[in-house]
Design a protein around this ligand. Sequence first.
Ligand code: TXA
Ligand code: MG
Length: 318
Amino acid sequence: MSIISKDISKAVALLNAEEIVAIPTETVYGLAGNIYSEKAIKSIFETKQRPFFNPLIVHISSVDYLSQIVEHIPEKAKLLAEAFWPGPITLVLKKKNTIPDVITASKDTVAVRVPNHPTTLELLRQLDFPLAAPSANPFSSISPTTAAHVETYFKDNIKMVLDGGACKSGIESTIIGFENNQPIIYRLGSTAIEDIEAVVGEIQIKNKKEIAPDAPGMLERHYAPKTKTILTDNILGMVDLYKGKRIGIITFQSEIANSNIEVQIALSKTGDLAESASKLYDVLHQLDKMYLDVIIAEKFPEYGLGKSINDRLSRATK
Ligand code: TXA
Ligand code: MG
């Protein structure tokens, strides 16, 4: 029997009973549990096979809840929350002592966001506690953007996927930390840097090596298909190099005329980066099931969501 259901009250009952439930968000599906339940949080880590040193994001129903989670809200964090919540920005701020150490991997900061999905906002309003939710995929595999992706991963391990349709943004939230009260990007994501800069001024991206102690998960091979994956700005050259192999191609806009290609998918025929981001993981899931020898992806333009897409594709190649 399918574990996929639209029944919010069933999800409420399971979460109140310290079980975990996969939930839809605008970015990717999350594997959610009560932040105050040690049982639920342990179960999230076990189900995902995620190492305990990698902290979780806390999901709240509105910005009004923020002061119950964090100790101090820098001025620019307030501006970002007002501008983008509900939406795909996660703020990493000094945590309140009441936030359990298992959520934050014993750090003194906590990651928090208000997701922009009507089903999950309604779910959060019906619960007396926030939800911790990492992406609902086994550690380091491709994040799920449909309820079916989650079911394929976890049908034997979890009781329910709350169905909210396909995720509209399609890649994870942009994570922003604060150093001396100034924002800095820890992870590129579904909110473009240019949009963030329009609110808080110029912002740096934290060097990946420096992030390691702060957010270990970001360094690993991540968001990765099982099939060998290559990111290139010379797609025809790569296709030639793999001549005779079963090749799958991901491009931005245009199709490529080349008889060596087994399957090719252009993410947006109209050149829309948001549309490309929303389809990216589903296309990787599809290609990964086709027993290809190699997936060759075209480098996206290095601005707006193109930067975030290139970030995810380059991690998929590691
Ligand atoms: O869009 C998203 O953010 C999705 C949906 C479900 O909300 N969630 C998500 O969670 O991508 P996850 O666990 O797959 O990625 C969260 C990242 C991890 O790389 C973790 O290391 C980082 O956030 N993180 C969590 N707490 C942190 C903290 N206190 N300091 C720095 N990084 C933190
Ligand atoms: Mg993840």
